[in-house]
Design a protein around this ligand. Structure first.
Ligand code: HEM
Length: 215
């Protein structure tokens, strides 16, 4: 009996799941970055923004559930593509071929786990075990005044930049938007989104470390 292959069983299906779940995470990341810009407006703005969000539990829990699901699908599909790739390859290449896709895929497989570790640390630091519950501004500024913590955020967000660039670029391909005439725009869009989020996110710890943002 022939078994119908469902979306998550085929390589292209897994890539589509990666692209769609990745798009949800990118949407959140852009919204989260825009909200965090309140740091530059001072404690009332950032804490007021956080209070406003927490006054909408349906929004907070809805977002958490969707994100948890998207992260689960993203990581599970990545793991499955990785193991399938390794099995298909059989033995390791004697000589590395630096094809563009090969390079992009390899970048994803080291930035991905770094991001996962970063996210666990980030959630413990600000959401699960905050030093000053309810005072988001103080948590962020006090946190980033420690060069080690600021360093973790800078490295984590640089990894995010590489991951976003290659992720956005290859997501278009997985979703079928791959034509030589438009590939330049695909690249430009990937660079614009990843640069905006990376420079913006790295600016937060750097502004605190350099004393531009203080308590
Ligand atoms: C320097 C960059 C970042 C800063 C300053 C920052 C800041 C914060 C703060 C202060 C909170 C707690 C908010 C509250 O309790 O109201 C938070 C939560 C969170 N952040 Fe970030 N964040 C950054 C980057 C990221 C990145 C790159 C991601 C990954 C996509 C991320 C994902 C999350 C998630 C999932 C939560 C938990 C939301 C919740 O369930 O309450 N953050 N962030």
């Amino acid at each position: 009996m022939q078994r119908a292959l469902t979306l998550h069983q085929t390589t292209i299906g897994k890539k589509v799941l990666m692209a769609v779940s990745g798009a949800i995470i990118v949407g959140f990341t852009i919204g989260h970055f825009l909200g965090n810009l309140n740091l530059y407006l001072g404690p009332e703005a950032l804490n007021g923004y956080a209070e406003f969000l927490h006054s909408l539990p349906a929004l907070v829990w809805g977002t958490r559930l969707v994100l948890l699901f998207a992260f689960g699908v993203h990581v599970a599909s990545a793991y499955s593509l990785w193991t399938r790739n390794r099995q298909a390859r059989g033995s390791r290449y004697k000589q590395r071929k630096d094809l563009a896709t090969d390079y992009a895929a390899r970048t994803m497989y080291w930035t991905g786990p770094i991001l996962l570790l970063y996210l666990v640390y980030h959630l413990l630091h600000f959401t699960i075990l905050p030093a000053h519950p309810g005072d988001v501004y103080r948590n962020v500024v006090e946190g980033f005044q420690d060069p080690l913590i600021a360093g973790v955020y800078i490295v984590g967000n640089l990894a995010l930049g590489f991951h976003l660039f290659h992720g956005i670029f290859s997501a278009f391909q997985s979703l079928g938007a791959n034509h030589p005439r438009y590939n330049r725009y695909r690249r430009d869009l990937a660079i614009a989104i990843s640069a905006l989020i990376t420079i913006g996110n790295v600016s937060f710890p750097v502004s605190v470390l350099t004393g531009v943002v203080t308590l």
